[in-house]
Design a protein around this ligand. Sequence first.
Ligand SMILES: *[C@@H]1O[C@H](CO)[C@@H](O)[C@H](O)[C@H]1NC(C)=O
Length: 147
Amino acid sequence: MKYFIFFFCVWQIYGLYDNDFDIDCKGKTFENVTMTAYYPDYSGDSESGFLDKKGRKLRTLQDYLDDRTGYVTLAMDDDLGLPYGSDVCIPEINKHYGHRVRFQIRDSSLDLKGSGYERVDICVRSEMDSYDVSVNRKVTVVFVQNK
Ligand SMILES: *[C@@H]1O[C@H](CO)[C@@H](O)[C@H](O)[C@H]1NC(C)=O
């Protein structure tokens, strides 16, 4: 029993490390990507202002930090043909918050069309949050493999 608990704990610690404290990102890497913030728009007539390209709610960085979602919605150029929900890791954002923030490519926009891997848009809570310099900067975008 003792051994069982020991191994269980090691497994748990490994799990935590892997999930939250490993702020480095491993995978296919794109440097100097221009990140721009956007935010859900609840004021318009159309639901598309607060839904992603498949009609799911936009998940903001603040929702993630408050532990209300398991990922943050990112938007990239649709022409890249990235699978919906592709997992992305951004070391600069991880460093800023001191732990791993999970991102998924789930949105796009006309504005991003043709920008390839040079641009990424991050969803934040509000217009105020969208002016934060930490989400309007050059970042490294790493596509991590699903385990
Ligand atoms: C990114 O920008 C830095 C500094 O401007 C430059 O040294 C580096 O070569 C760039 N990397 C890529 C992949 O363009």
